[in-house]
Structure formats: C-alpha cells, structure tokens
Ligand binder design. Structure first.
Ligand SMILES: [Zn+2]
Length: 682
C-alpha cells in the first residue's frame, strides 16, 4: 500500500506464519480452558467440514468491523496489543521532560505530529513541494538516474529496488541486491491478466492515478494523459518481472555479478553516477535477482520519453507518501487500496494508523517499552521449553522417515541441531540515536524515518552479519523462519492466548503455539527452505534420489491446494502457497508428536467432554477462525503465499491419520484425502 515503506522488509527473506502485521485472543479464557465451546457449530459434521464444526458459530457471531478487511484471532490479539501501545504513545507525547534525542522524545514527537490533523491539513503538500519540483525538472538521463537514486534513498522503490541482503551463498556476508519493483498495483499479474475482474481493477487504478494528479493541480486532460503514461511504464515493468511463483525459487533469483557485469547488463543505468548519488560507495559484487528485468529497464531508460519518466516518478513518490498527507490524498489512497482492493468500509482510527507508522520506523524503541509492560521473563522460559520439545519431536520424525536415506537424514539432523531460536525480544535493541524526529511535520518525520531505514540497511554492506538482529518487532503478532540465518523467531506478542495460554490444557497449547513453532521449524525443510544448509547457505545437501522423492511428495500438496476454490472462479495457487502448506502439515504433525509425550495425552484426560486429541485440533482451528471480505480474499489468493485461514484447517487435517482417528473420519469423507493422494512429508 505504501511504496515508501515497502522496502523495510525486503532485506530479509523471512517466512512468517501469517501475512499479518500483528496477531491475538478471542475470548476470556479463564473459564473455558482455552477453547470456548460456544464457538462450535455442533450441527456440522467434523468429518465433512471441521472448520465449520469447530469454529462455525464464531464465524457466524463475529462480523468484520468496518475498518477491517479481515477479522480473526490475529487481528483481535493485535487490537489488544494496540491498547498497550496507545498508552505508551500518549504518555510519551505528553512527557514534557523527555530528554531530547531519547527514544521517548522520538516516539512522543512522531505520535504528536501524526495526530495533529489540523497541522497536516494546513501544511498540505508544502513539506514535499521541493521534492516535486525536483522531479518535474528532470531533463536528461543523467537527471533521471539521480532522481531514481534519490527515491531509493527515501527507501522507496521507483523502477527497481536496491538493498543489502545476506548473501545466500556466503551467509556470513552481505551482498548488494538488485531486484524488480516499481509497480503501483499489488503484483505484476494485475497488469497482464485479462479476466473481467483484472480489467476492472486496472480501470479503477487509472481513475485513482488520475485523481491524484488532479489533486496535485493538473488539469483533467493532463491528469488523464499522465495516468496513461504511468500505466504504460508500469505495464512494461510488470511484463519483464518474474511471477511470485518464479521468485520462490532461490536458485532463480541468485545471479551474482561484478560491477563490470552489471554495467554490461544495463549500461544505460549509468551505475557509476547512480552509486555516487546514492552515497554508500560502489559495491564490487551484486545479486541481480531478475537479470531479464534489468535488461528491459535498460531499454526503457532510452526508449521512454523523459517527460513520461517525470510523470512516473511523480506518481511513484506521491503514491508512496499519500497516507501521510492531508485528507484529500489520504482518502483517495484509502478509496482505492482500502475500499476497492480490500473491501474495508472505513479508515481505521487515526491513532491506530499513526501507531502502525511508528511501529515501522521506531519499532524496537516502542517494542522495548512494550515488553517492559507485558512480557515477564517466565514467559520466555515456558516458550523455550515448548520449542525444545518441538525440536526433539522433529528429530524423532526425521529419524523415522521411511522415504529418506541415512545420508540425507544425517544432514537434516545437522541442520535441525544448528537452528537458532529467538524468543520474546532482542538481546540488543536497535540504536536510533542518529534518527532525528521533531514536531515540525508528520510527513517530515516519515521521510526521515525512511532515509534512516535505508541507510541502516545499506551500511551493512561490507560488514559481517549481526546475529542479534531481529526481522520483526516484539509487538508483532507473528513468527518467522529465516533460511539464510537458519533461525526461528517468536516475538513476545504471539506468546499470548489463543496461541499460548497459561490457563489452557496442553492439548490447546500444543495444537496452537506448538503447531506454530512446528510450522516455523518445518520451513527449514519446506520446498524452499530445504535448499539452504545448516549454515544458511543455498547449497544442495540432498542425495539425488531423496530430492526427487521430496519433490514427488510436494507435488501432491500443490495438487491438493490447487483444487480449493475459495471464490467461484479463483482457486488457491498450490505452487505459491506450497511452502506454507508444507509447514502447516509438518508443524501440526510435529506438534502432535510432541503432544504425545504430555501427561494429558498419556492419561487420556478428557476436558469439557472432548479427548486430548480432539482438543489439540480445536487449538489449531481456533488460530485460523476468521471472516474476510471477498475483495481481500481475492487479493490474497493472488499475492499471499499463505492459504486462506479456513483452508489452513481443512487442508492439512485432511492428510492426518491422527485427525481421522480423533474424529472417526472414514474413507470417502471430505476431511480425508483419498489414499493415493494423501500427503505425507515430515
Ligand atoms: Zn510460514
């Protein structure tokens, strides 16, 4: 949505449990042992539709609030966290004694400018007028390249992206990474697909671009022509871009080149000038993720008239900052991205939106105050213990696999043993001392924060990896696996109900948090993660036969998910979601193996009338209960590597004999894949 922010996360290949910024708990759990039976629709048959059976009443009784396009466990927990964060923000903004340069001063000033809508309206586009003038004065290729560099320094992504990433084939070092970018719509396919919906979306997008140019003072005619130019440039970029499925193959996106080689690949980009303008020295080596894309950009630099580049760069900039400007721009952005593309009905309250912005730019400063309030040391110890149990269960499963040779097993166990684990919050907090935040203007603070984020990332070039660094803030309701670091990470915010609940039985906790941990562990062994070794290097450690056997098994899960149609004409993309689907199935299987070692399981202690095994699967269903607007569902099916929540319940469970036994699911039932199609990997 905000191009200027987009890059904050691209420097890290991280594979998370959900596409959400943050996660949460659905009900007061004190009385109901972690799973409220009122959520169930007991008229449904668990063998036919376990999602409906376990959480059908929740789905019926929890409509989506107007400001949301998705409502479920993750957003509800996030809302709980917002209350804590709001208190911190308000207190910081009112703290007149906060020392200048301290985190409290920065958080407080950022929040104050974001909440001062009177000042934001009054200033309008004044704070960015000089920037717009600079773009409008581009009159040569030289200028064009400088302006692209300027956009990158603002952490934006005009035309392409540059950032420091861990070198996938030398994982102790960083490498300058060049990748495709420059689009306003959510994916390259939005520019190429010819179905009715895609055609309509492009028409609406052109209307939105036109409107923004009119707000900038252009005539109707000029604004319309500008929108056409934008579409022409973006469509060329889109057509030269890799699809999301292609980008999932880490070997395809690894193309190491020297400076000499990129100069030969795309000479018109005037790399010497570009790096001189960027100001971080000239790297010797690069990973060019999509060489074909850069060949096309090279042609475009000369073929596209300079006046069209001016229009495109104006657009790329204004689209990226519109949500921080006065309400005309902010609302136009919401009308297209929020309402039309996602189906939200109203904007979130201003304080929430400002809070999310501060989360992006001063995330760990805010996070430090958040964990002081919410995360006791005992919580870390308890979570560590479950992680250890899950790792032991994974070891056990690898040792007992019937399709993998001993040679590959040894390597797999070595990789598992080398896993790094981070829980709660970083040992070393990010240093924001060189980021200056004041009360002059909101957009001013956003741009300073953006430049700071870009600088911090680019300064990693030539330096070794900082092992203490986190890719998510502690207040994020999510978790991730990072293949180039070979580590799993669980922020404090996810270690709360319904994921992790002190008052719940082991069954619920293993079915929820246990499976989430198992999910992240399995990412190290999904179709993507398996290509990285114990040290985080992209290196094949499989025997040829084992690799082939894995791929054959993975093919079955592609096919299974390809056959789900959440919307009439739109099915889940089995290849796009493969890593997540493998991780869900593996995570549940591993968590169940660990759960079998608990007293509750061994003694078969029933609770609320259900067996331990049955409750384990309720724990998982509760994580994914949700309502989603059809627009948002459509967007996600096309762009999100995670399957929609409902299918994260139906899909993996249909492959699990543990589930069939728990609910007496017979061959032929919906929740049981036919024998020759059952997926079993980990
Ligand atoms: Zn995941």
């Amino acid at each position: 949505m905000n191009k200027i922010l987009q890059k904050l996360s691209v420097g890290l290949i991280i594979i998370s449990i959900t596409s959400f910024i943050s996660l949460q708990c659905t009900s007061p759990d004190n009385e109901n042992h972690g799973f409220d039976l009122n959520q169930m629709d007991t008229t449904a048959n668990p063998a036919q539709d376990f999602y409906q059976y376990s959480v059908g009443n929740w789905v019926k009784n929890n409509p989506i609030p107007d400001e949301y396009s998705y409502w479920g466990s993750f957003t509800i927990l996030a809302e709980e966290n917002y209350k804590v964060l709001k208190e911190i923000l308000e207190k910081s903004a009112n703290d007149k004694s906060a020392q200048k340069g301290s985190n409290v001063q920065k958080i407080g000033d950022f929040y104050a400018t974001g909440m001062d809508s009177v000042m934001i309206e009054k200033l309008g586009i004044k704070p960015i007028e000089d920037d717009l003038k600079n773009i409008a004065s581009i009159n040569s290729i030289d200028n064009l390249i400088s302006t692209i560099a300027w956009g990158h320094k603002l952490n934006g992504s005009p035309v392409f992206n540059i950032y420091a990433d861990i070198d996938a084939k030398n994982s102790t070092q960083h490498i300058a990474t060049l990748s495709q970018s420059g689009l306003g719509l959510p994916d390259r396919d939005y520019y190429t697909k010819t179905d009715k919906n895609s055609v309509e979306t492009r028409a609406k997008y052109v209307e939105y671009v036109t409107k923004m140019f009119k707000l900038l003072g252009y005539t109707e005619r000029d604004a319309k022509n500008n929108a056409k130019s934008v579409m022409n440039i973006e469509t060329r970029l889109a057509k030269a871009s890799m699809t999301r499925v292609e980008r999932r193959d880490p070997n395809k996106t690894y193309n190491k080149m020297s400076l000499k080689e990129i100069k030969k690949l795309a000479p018109n980009l005037e790399w010497d000038n570009y790096f001189s303008d960027l100001g971080f020295g000239t790297p010797s080596y690069f990973n060019v993720e999509q060489p074909e894309f850069f060949k096309e950009v090279n042609k475009m630099v000369k073929q596209v008239p300079i006046k069209d580049w001016r229009v495109y760069l104006t657009w790329n900039f204004i689209d990226g900052v519109s949500t921080y400007l006065n309400s005309d721009f902010d609302n136009a952005n919401f009308e297209f991205f929020g309402k039309y593309l996602r189906g939200s009905k109203v904007q979130s309250a201003r304080w929430k939106r400002v809070m999310r912005t501060i989360n992006r730019y001063l995330g760990e400063a805010l996070g430090q105050l958040y964990v002081e309030k919410t995360f006791p040391p005992e919580a870390k110890q308890r979570a560590s213990k479950i992680v250890d149990n899950l790792k032991a269960a994974m070891k056990n499963r690898i040792e007992n696999l019937d399709w993998m040779s001993d040679v590959t097993k040894k390597q797999a166990l070595h990789k598992l043993d080398a896993f790094g684990v981070k829980i709660g919050y970083p040992d070393k907090w990010k240093d924001y001392s060189t980021l200056e935040i004041n009360r002059d203007s909101y957009i001013g603070n956003v741009l300073k924060g953006s430049m700071f984020a870009f600088k911090r990332n680019m300064e990693k070039l030539g330096k070794p990896i900082d092992k203490t660094e986190w890719g998510m803030t502690p207040q994020t309701v999510n978790a991730y696996y990072n293949p180039t670091r070979n580590e799993i990470v669980f922020p404090a915010a996810i270690l709360q109900p319904p994921f992790f609940n002190q008052k719940a039985d082991d069954a619920i906790n293993y079915g929820a948090m246990g499976a989430v941990i198992g999910h992240e562990i399995t990412h190290g062994f999904d179709d993507q993660g398996r290509k990285f070794d114990a040290d985080g290097n992209l290196k094949d450690w499989w025997t040829k036969d084992d690799g082939e056997r894995f791929e054959k098994r993975a093919q079955k899960i592609f096919d299974q998910f390809d056959s789900y149609y959440p919307i009439d004409s739109l099915h889940i993309n089995g290849k796009l979601t493969a890593g997540e689907n493998i991780a869900d199935l593996g995570g549940l299987t591993v968590a169940y193996t660990a759960f079998k070692n608990t007293d509750q399981y061994k003694k078969n202690i029933k609770l609320d009338g259900f067996t331990p095994s049955q409750r384990f699967f309720f724990g998982w269903a509760q994580v994914w209960e949700n309502n989603i607007r059809v627009q948002s569902l459509r967007l996600r099916i096309q762009t999100d590597p995670h399957s929609p929540g409902k299918y994260r319940v139906l899909g993996p469970l249909s492959n699990m004999p543990e589930f069939w036994n728990a609910f007496n699911v017979k061959p032929g039932d919906n929740m049981r894949m036919p024998e020759d199609k059952v997926v079993k990997i980990w």
